[in-house]
Ligand binder design. Structure first.
Ligand code: GGG
Length: 356
């Protein structure tokens, strides 16, 4: 039996609750398959840590995390700490330092869930977003001058490097090829952004030439947002910059019926550094402490973690159990129209998994 070392950062708000649920399901899948054990080390980092230590995680946190095979993260951010401080104090430094240049976000309507789109079911809503995760609009380059005066200036620069743009687009094509997907759609805004996005388009066209078997399309981000709603079935693999994909995948969560469902994987494809798995959603202070947070996004992120570790059979088992629970429609948290607690949904997934 294989043992994997997993760093766990429950983080803020509902983060610790949904990650506890995810651990319970991943452990149950390990017991059923008998093929692995996950050895968790919990780190109490986040906004509460910040209030005590004036930083979101210790100075040597990255060296600590580097020893692990994967990181399982709940949520980052709480109203007690400014959002840009929490995000730049924990989530973004991990993604950047560990070269997690791929942020993989499946957008798939699970069986039994009524998505918001008329006539669009699980067959139509089933695609994958590949988000550039280390630069672009989140490069962190900028500054403020004349602060507090009436001629104050704020600059936030977008940085696109050929290396990063090419590798994320190539990853999207490779992903399509290896997962039986037939098309890659590029998200741009090159009509208005004549430097970085024209560059993005050029690189997309160059890389596409190496994949003659994959169909290509491109949409400006505003048109893509509309098309996500009107023609979700026209997307297969979508590749986009950091901010564009961040926005579009929240829309994707809505297409899935709730932001309590979509997962995400932050991956360094070279595997030099650990990958990080997290729900797309944040800390949800509005439902925190009520035991009604939907654990499915964290559980789904856990299934992606198992796939990444090579435990695909267990990952599939978790997905099958989760989808059997949504298909039955009996046990659902309030975001999906039910009245079940976080714990009840988690137990339903565990029981289903044990009986598959
Ligand atoms: N699940 C992690 C989390 O808290 N996400 C909320 C968030 O604001 N994420 C920003 C991002 O993914 O770039």
């Amino acid at each position: 039996m294989q043992t994997y070392e997993i760093a766990v950062i429950g983080g803020d708000g509902i983060g610790p609750d949904v990650i506890a649920a995810g651990k319970q399901v991943l452990d149950a899948a390990g017991d059923v398959t008998g093929s692995y054990r996950l050895n968790y080390t919990d780190f109490p980092w986040g906004c509460e840590y910040y209030l005590q230590h004036d930083r979101m995680m210790p100075a040597d946190a990255l060296q600590t995390l580097e020893q692990f095979q994967a990181i399982y993260l709940g949520a980052v951010g709480y109203p007690t700490v400014p959002d840009h401080v929490s995000l730049w104090g924990l989530l973004l430094p991990i993604r950047k330092a560990f070269r997690q240049y791929v942020n993989l976000r499946p957008i798939k309507l699970l069986r039994g869930i009524d998505g918001p789109l008329r006539g669009k079911g699980p067959e139509e809503v089933d695609f994958v977003c590949v988000r550039e995760n280390t630069e672009g609009e989140y490069s962190g380059v900028g500054g403020r001058v004349h602060v507090g005066t009436d001629h104050e200036v704020a600059l936030q620069s977008i940085v696109f490097t050929r290396r990063a743009v090419e590798r994320i687009i190539r990853y999207a094509f490779d992903y399509a090829q290896s997962h039986g997907r037939t098309g890659v759609t590029s998200i741009t805004k090159s009509n208005a952004m004549q430097y970085n996005m024209v560059f993005w388009d050029e690189v997309f066209e160059q890389v596409a030439q190496d994949y003659p078997g994959i169909a290509t399309s491109k949409y400006h981000v505003d048109a893509a947002a509309a098309r996500f709603v009107t023609h979700p079935e026209s997307f297969d693999v979508v590749v986009a910059s950091n901010l564009f994909a961040d926005i579009l995948t929240d829309l994707g969560g809505a297409l899935q019926g709730s932001l309590g469902l979509p997962p995400s994987a932050n991956i360094d494809p070279t595997r030099r550094y650990p990958a990080m798995f997290e729900p797309v959603h944040g800390s949800a202070p509005d439902v925190h402490g009520q035991n009604i947070a939907n654990p499915l996004a964290a559980i789904w992120a856990g299934a992606m973690l198992l796939d990444f570790l090579g435990e695909e059979e267990a990952g599939q088992l978790v997905m099958d159990a989760m989808e059997a629970v949504t298909a039955s429609g009996e046990v659902r948290t309030p975001d999906l129209g039910g009245a079940a607690t976080t714990q009840e949904v988690t137990e339903a997934v565990v029981t289903t998994l044990q009986n598959i």
